[in-house]
Design a protein around this ligand. Structure first.
Ligand SMILES: *Cc1c(COP(=O)(O)O)cnc(C)c1O
Length: 400
């Protein structure tokens, strides 16, 4: 069997065996509609409500504060548009950052066309935000702050607790996209001071097509999908029972195993990162070295074309990514790396490795063995590299 090594867990994760076992009965036997009052609906209804409790326990909130969605993207849309439309009479200003996932960025861009003003906060070379800049950008018309917990491309963690405090002091609603933080950082919505928080199933070993949005009690959102009275009138449509059960189970497992897993994943990530930096000259880490989720490393390789590097790795059975799955395939440099001020030549040569629960030390060793010769070969074919080597000038060094 051909080798298959997966270092792209920020794009999606495999379904956990325990999650699959938990959800299958709801496709096979308990197929009833949870809204039915007869026997066929009772099992599915209980399963949905049990899963809601599991998600609520994961986020330290009450089950009434959880809405099931079809994805992280839908959760972000419901949070942002739902609050924007609900608070329109109070103001039209939204604050976010330049490095959000497209689910947030493009929702904000859409709202600009609808008459909202959006401030996109920049980040420094390490991908960090300035809280002073955030404070200064608040106006009497600000109704929503939406800032991600952990970045999908670099893994950089934003100080959500402090941001939440600033928002609360000013009476502004605060949403955080916690899709990449889930399972990697503690997610306690009371500690985080957030009013809304979105997560996605397929980033935490549940299947694609299921997510959840926490909406703090008393916070009103305008629904995006109209129909029946599902999800307390906030998200119509017959529930994705099997998906919901899967998400509940995935949250339970994440809570149970997080400490042990984070230690294992961080060890492997650090070994991979250090190993590549030792074996390959002129590599630069994109993103804050410490304030990062434990599974992600984003590395820039001078004079290497990232997409060809990924294809070369793929031929050896190694899956990695050049940024977010949603933007790869396009020749646009990553908006996250651009916001960090990384020159396009270097951002084109950047690769993201995101590790997960089932990676092993052998996976990392295989990469450390196979990747350096590939980079060397690619560089030796680059006229720019040969020129630079002669002159002894390298972007990664110049930048520092
Ligand atoms: C993957 C991702 C999303 C989108 O979640 P989907 O369930 O794939 O729609 C949103 N935000 C971040 C940070 C992500 O990584």
């Amino acid at each position: 069997m051909e080798k298959r090594i997966y270092f792209d867990h920020n794009a999606t994760t495999p379904v956990h065996e325990e999650v699959l076992d938990a959800m299958l009965p709801y496709l096979r036997d308990e197929w009833g509609n949870p809204s039915s009052i007869h026997w066929a609906g009772r099992g599915p209804r209980k399963a949905v409500e049990d899963a809601r409790e599991q998600v609520a326990a994961f986020l330290n909130c009450t089950p009434l504060e959880i809405i099931f969605t079809s994805s992280g993207t839908e959760g972000d849309n419901l949070a942002i548009k739902g609050i924007a439309y609900a608070l329109r009479s109070k103001g039209n200003h939204i604050i976010t950052t330049k490095v959000e996932h497209p689910a947030v960025l493009n929702t904000c861009k859409y709202l600009e066309k609808e008459g909202f003003d959006v401030t996109y906060l920049g980040v420094d070379a390490n991908g960090m935000l300035s809280l002073d800049e955030l404070r200064e950008s608040i106006t009497p018309k600000t109704i929503l702050i939406t800032i991600m917990y952990a970045n999908n491309e670099t893994g950089v963690i934003f100080p959500i607790e402090e941001i939440g405090k600033i928002a609360r002091e000013r009476g502004i609603t605060f949403h955080t996209d916690a899709v990449q933080a889930a399972g990697k950082l503690p997610l306690d919505v009371t500690k985080l001071n957030c009013d809304l928080l979105s997560i996605s199933g397929h980033k935490i070993y549940a299947p694609k097509g299921i997510g959840a949005l926490y909406i703090r009690r008393g916070v009103r959102v305008v629904p995006l999908i109209h129909g029946g009275h599902h999800e307390r009138n906030r998200r119509a449509g017959t529930e994705n029972v099997a998906g919901i059960v899967a998400l509940g189970k995935a949250c339970e497992i994440a809570m149970r195993d997080m400490d042990k897993e984070v230690a294992h994943i961080k060890y492997l990530r650090d070994k991979l990162e250090k190993g590549l930096m030792e074996r390959i000259p002129h590599v630069r880490l994109n993103g804050h070295p410490e304030k990062r989720i434990p599974n992600t490393t984003n590395l820039g390789f001078d004079f290497v074309e990232g997409e060809s590097l990924l294809l070369n790795l793929d031929m050896l059975g190694i899956a990695a990514s050049s940024g977010s799955a949603c933007t790869s395939g396009s020749l646009e440099p990553s908006h996250v790396l651009v916001a960090m001020g990384i020159p396009p030549a270097l951002s084109h040569g950047s690769v993201r490795f995101s590790l997960g629960r089932f990676n092993t030390e052998e996976d990392v060793d295989y990469l450390l063995e196979k990747m350096p010769p590939i980079v060397e070969r690619m560089r030796s074919m680059s006229p720019l590299w040969n020129e630079a080597e002669k002159k002894g000038m390298f972007m990664a060094i110049e930048e520092k």
